[in-house]
Write a protein that binds this ligand. Structure first.
Ligand SMILES: [Zn+2]
Ligand SMILES: [Zn+2]
Length: 268
């Protein structure tokens, strides 16, 4: 028994065997999904305050939840393999002080990589790769993990694979990258909740515009042809793929006046 596992879990995780690491990550992700996605699902479908803030006041599609549930299981299996590879091959130095740099580096890289790959997936030739994610016209907490196997492999390999290559040249910290991936999970769930909880006045403030409110990505699922960005609006603003009624829809949803059809736009 490696006693380091108990005393220094982050330093010793790469000493796990591939099989043990894969099983450990899969167990972690199954428990995380059951607890977090499960309770979020119950909240958005049952709690009165969440129902009031629904962005699209429409039901889920026929067969949507079953399809997303199966895709979520596939995603967990793929992620367990890819993240085991990240632990074995990726950044393994934990120099204090580079955690913030590594976190920001991963954050910015994912914003760019996600936009580029996502926009490519929306081209007619590649849309088959991305179709599973768009089973949701109205998003659910399960949509956050609903991807085809090939999409997940491409997005995660490009995302963490690039960081692994960079870590040969820059002192990236695995703890910083791990913290980013946890942030990614949380913001991803929020972005697919179909519930608006951010006060609109907060988004009037330039600092409040750094991160997208959940309405931002809800509009991508309903309308397809815009809002390809991940958690910040900058790539869409720069490449002119943003929707000009985002703030109006966001404000109405927050006040309990969500949209009642997928094609609805608010004239500005
Ligand atoms: Zn899309
Ligand atoms: Zn989505």
């Amino acid at each position: 028994v490696n006693t380091n596992i108990l005393t220094k879990p982050f330093e010793s995780i790469e000493t796990f065997s591939w099989t043990y690491l894969f099983a450990f990550l899969m167990a972690y992700m199954i428990i995380r999904s059951l607890l977090i996605q499960g309770s979020l699902y119950l909240t958005v479908t049952r709690a009165e305050c969440a129902k009031k803030g629904r962005i699209f006041k429409l039901p889920f599609g026929a067969g949507q939840l079953k399809s997303e549930f199966i895709a979520t299981i596939n995603t967990i299996i793929i992620d367990s393999i890819l993240f085991a590879a990240l632990v074995k091959l990726g950044p393994n130095n934990n120099i204090p002080g580079n955690i913030i740099f590594s976190y920001l580096f991963a954050f910015i890289w994912f914003e760019i990589w996600f936009y580029v790959s996502h926009r490519a997936f929306h081209s007619p030739a590649l849309y088959w790769i991305h179709k599973q994610h768009h089973v949701a016209k109205v998003t659910s907490p399960l949509t956050a993990m609903s991807f085809s196997i090939i999409e997940r492999v491409i997005v995660i390999t490009g995302g963490v694979g690039f960081l692994t290559i960079v870590s040969a040249f820059l002192p990236l910290s695995r703890n910083g990258v791990t913290l980013y991936l946890l942030t990614n999970y949380a913001l991803n769930l929020y972005g697919h909740s179909n519930v608006e909880i951010i006060p609109p006045r907060f988004l009037k403030n330039p600092l409040g515009r750094i991160l997208n409110a959940s309405t931002y990505h809800a509009l991508h699922h309903a309308r397809y042809n815009g809002h390809y960005g991940l958690f910040t609006p900058f790539m869409d603003t720069f490449l002119k793929s943003d929707f000009n009624d985002y703030l109006e829809v966001q404000s109405k949803a927050y006040q309990g006046d969500g949209l009642t059809s997928l094609g609805q736009r608010i004239k500005t």
